[in-house]
Ligand binder design. Structure first.
Ligand SMILES: NC(=O)c1ccc[n+]([C@@H]2O[C@H](COP(=O)([O-])OP(=O)(O)OC[C@H]3O[C@@H](n4cnc5c(N)ncnc54)[C@H](OP(=O)(O)O)[C@@H]3O)[C@@H](O)[C@H]2O)c1
Length: 322
């Protein structure tokens, strides 16, 4: 009998993940938590679990997996795993998948074009039955600055370049990328920001990125650019921005608009001023959802590789936190 696998996807449809994995790994016993993340099945089964497929797993569940060999994060981010006070010393694998990457690329392109093509202003005009053309800068005059040029940032950058935008990026370590102006580290931050018209955050949440995007940072964005003011798009993690500062920046004109898919606290409070500020696009953390149909195959393949003694892919470095 192959080792067991526990599906622990808090708040998600656990059964659709389990069904897909059962189909792909028929020899592995598959256990599930409830949608709340609580495990209410037979306790003895947990001792057989070698792999957990996790989204926001509960500490008491992890603590009971004494034979755990690999943690698979069902998202590209792993902050939901590192948020736990105690983790076993086993490899942590994150999700890197063409389906998820394509969805994020679509979101970034969608929002960059929305702001470039004056989507908010035209929607307002339409609501007033107003036929009036507005000044329209060309993409080639607009610079998109991406914070985080990882798997998702690179894919978004390629699509934006294809559309004609100028693209620059800021990372932790030096990088190489044709057609992208590159900056890195604390010293690279200010020169990076000084040329950015649309700032895109695709950063993981780590101690270094928590609260990074605040009012002082936003004030360093290019003010005299072709869009009449800078825009901010965050599809990484909400806690890497300071929400009160985003509100202030939108109110005082530091930002001309924003697209926010992620928030400090999710769901976003119904009383948050962000819902009603002009030129703000709010989406409920759906920029790139993890689809079991697309992702389960990749996880099954990783488990087969692991059981053949081959190295796991997309391992997280716990020292970097991503
Ligand atoms: N909204 C959604 O639906 C959704 C969906 C999926 C993922 N996400 C978020 O997107 C994030 C990025 O995913 P990914 O797959 O592109 O991650 P990734 O491949 O690990 O790339 C992360 C990038 O961020 C940079 N970075 C990390 N810490 C930094 C720091 N302190 N200063 C400067 N740059 C830093 C890294 O720099 P180096 O290149 O120098 O290492 C790298 O370029 C995930 O962690 C997740 O939080 C959101």
């Amino acid at each position: 009998m192959k080792p067991a696998l526990l599906v622990a996807t808090k708040g998600w449809d656990v059964e659709s993940w389990a069904r897909r994995i059962r189909h792909l790994l028929p020899e592995h016993p598959i256990l599930c938590t409830e949608r709340s993340g609580v495990y209410a099945g037979p306790e003895a089964g947990l001792a057989e679990v070698a792999y957990i497929l996790a989204w926001k797993p509960r500490q008491d569940v992890i603590d009971r997996l004494l034979g755990l060999q690999v943690i698979f994060s069902l998202g590209a981010g792993v902050d939901h795993i590192f948020a736990l006070p105690r983790l076993p010393d086993v490899p942590l694998v994150r999700t890197v998948d063409p389906d998820l990457t394509a969805r994020m690329m679509e979101y970034v392109v969608w929002q960059a074009l929305h702001h470039l093509r004056r989507g908010h202003a035209y929607a307002l005009q339409q609501s007033e039955h107003l036929w009036r053309d507005l000044p329209q800068p060309a993409a080639r005059h607009v610079t998109v600055g991406i914070m985080g040029l990882g798997v998702l940032g690179r894919s978004a950058a390629e699509a934006l370049i294809h559309l004609g935008f100028k693209v620059r990026a800021w990372t932790r370590q030096p990088k190489q990328a044709p057609d992208i102006e590159l900056f890195h580290g604390p010293d690279g931050m200010d020169p990076f920001l000084a040329g950015v018209d649309i700032l895109v955050a695709l950063l993981p949440l780590t101690p270094a990125t928590t609260g990074l995007i605040n009012l002082a940072l936003l004030k360093k964005l290019r003010r005299e650019g072709p869009l009449g003011g800078p825009f901010f798009i965050n599809a990484g993690r909400g806690r890497s921005h300071v929400e009160a500062d985003i509100v202030e920046a939108l109110r005082d004109g530091t930002l001309a608009g924003a697209s926010l898919d992620v928030f400090e606290t999710e769901p976003l409070d119904v009383e948050s001023p962000l819902w009603d500020l002009p030129n703000v696009v709010i989406t409920p953390h759906v920029a790139a959802v993890s689809d079991p149909e697309a992702l389960a195959g990749q996880i099954a393949e990783q488990i087969r590789r692991f059981e053949r003694g081959e190295p796991l892919r997309n391992l997280v470095d716990p020292r970097c936190g991503y």
